[in-house]
Design a binder for this molecule. Structure first.
Ligand code: CO
Length: 461
């Protein structure tokens, strides 16, 4: 039996543990060895990496991708993409989505895991088509969540749809670490019966269920799991690659990896981890097991956001009230899975409801857009009173929101003028206008400095 291993240290692990603050200089030196480790794929781009490169690391995300690719002679590169949201927080036009996905494949991406926060597959269709056209591997995704309306039948029918769309594999994405071993076994077994696609299970170690869930996934016939090198594993990250490989190998699974190289990889990252622990970027608090998600069913990352919001408002004493309000807001909204951007939207609304002392007196503009149908179809029924308050007689959008959006690329290109060095710059700008502009400015400054140094050197002979 085989089990494919996707290593997440370059994306989800560092995103979940330390908010994606690892510059490429911290890991470029190990990429050649990682390529020899035998991973099925390395998740290294997408999610928050694109934003963080521009916003905090002063790196061109496209260049990062090309550099990683240069070192990967045989291992597939993988990214996470939020369907019509790409790597941003709202819907982009189809021309942007097509260009972005094509550019990702052209610059080295092999596998694109594509999801929609609401599991509204219309929102991943354009990205899936563009990925397939560009010769990439499109991995369709089911966001796993627990609610009175989410059940095996719903997941199976999503999987069948994903197969029909032409995706080459399927991912069960459990962003909160709430997929239990038993539920995982049943889910994977049913999905295997329903579709012919390879099935990948993605979970987090947050609640402590992760490694057990992966073992049951294996027993049910899952084809791959996502894990992180030991020093970047556990807590809000993935279960450890080494431990999962050890356990699975004893059970006669061939994970295809070289354990000696896995150790080299971890040895390399240990001082990196230590540096971020020492400078406070990596708070060891995120490594402890937190079972609250099993009660509140909210992802670990969302919990830490709520805490940060309340601290900023000097209202941390209201945390319990917010944690009770969160599932109520979610219910009112028809049980959206709590993944970006829905997790932030629900969290902010719950906080506002509690701090204002009155529910929905103030409704966030994203929540209003969601209720108007601009994020896609709500999984369940939206609370009628809330819907009436927002819609005020307007009707809900039933089509795909992106169809209402005009093409963006040419306008953005014109707006940027010669500040864009390439079409990739234009794409960065469309997705993160302010961050991209700031990055372009920094880049020009750097270039100007280099030129002036070069002139000085020439003058000094
Ligand atoms: Co994840």
């Amino acid at each position: 039996m085989k089990m494919k291993i996707t290593e997440t240290v370059l994306r989800d692990a560092e995103q979940s543990l330390m908010a994606t603050r690892m510059p490429i200089s911290d890991f470029e030196g190990i990429l050649d060895r990682m390529d020899q480790a035998g991973y099925y794929s390395i998740e290294c781009w997408g999610g928050a990496t694109f934003d963080a490169c521009l916003r905090y690391l002063n790196e061109d995300p496209w260049e990062r991708l090309r550099i990683i690719k240069k070192h990967m002679k045989k291992t597939k590169l993988q990214m996470l993409l939020r369907g019509q949201n790409l790597l941003g927080y709202h819907h982009y036009s189809d021309d942007t989505v097509r260009r972005f996905v094509r550019a990702a494949v052209e610059n080295g991406m092999d596998i694109i895991r594509i999801f929609d926060a609401l599991n509204d597959l219309r929102n991943i269709q354009t990205a899936v088509d563009a990925c397939l056209e560009a010769g990439g591997h499109a991995q369709g995704t089911i966001c796993y969540t627990i609610s009175p309306i989410h059940n095996l039948e719903m997941y199976v029918s999503l999987a069948k749809e994903i197969e029909k769309m032409g995706c080459q594999s399927l991912c069960v994405k459990d962003m909160a670490g709430i997929l239990s071993p038993k539920e995982c076994f049943e889910l994977v077994r049913e999905l295997k019966r329903a579709v012919d696609l390879p099935i990948f299970v993605h979970t987090h170690a947050t609640t402590g269920l992760g490694p057990m869930t992966y073992l049951k996934a294996a027993e049910a016939g899952a084809d791959g799991i996502d894990t992180a090198t030991a020093c970047f594993s556990g807590g809000t990250s993935q279960p450890a690659t080494e431990a999962m490989v050890y356990a699975l190998s004893q059970m006669n699974y061939d994970c295809g990896v070289n354990t000696k190289i896995l150790k080299e990889v971890n040895d390399y990252f240990e001082p990196v981890q230590k540096k971020f622990l020492e400078n406070g970027t990596f708070d060891p608090y995120v490594l402890s097991t937190k079972t609250d998600a099993l009660v509140y069913q909210i992802p670990g990352g969302m919990l830490s956001n709520l805490v940060a919001q309340l601290k900023a408002q000097n209202a941390i004493d209201r945390l319990d009230a917010v944690l009770e309000e969160t599932p109520r807001v979610r219910e009112d909204l028809g049980y959206p899975p709590l993944v970006t951007p829905m997790s932030q939207m629900v969290g902010v609304q719950a906080t506002v409801n509690v701090l204002m002392g009155a529910r929905y007196q103030n409704i966030g503009k994203e929540i209003k857009a969601y209720i108007r149908g601009e994020y896609g179809k709500a999984p369940g029924k939206i609370n009628q009173e809330l819907a009436d308050k927002v819609l005020q007689g307007e009707s809900v959008l039933t089509g795909r929101y992106a169809e209402t959006l005009a093409p963006e690329f040419e306008d953005a290109k014109a707006a940027l003028g010669n500040r864009a060095r390439s079409d990739l710059d234009v794409l960065s700008y469309i997705v993160f206008p302010q961050q991209a502009e700031e990055y372009f400015e920094q880049r020009e400054l750097k270039r100007a400095l280099k030129v002036s140094y070069a002139i000085e050197e020439v003058q000094e002979g």
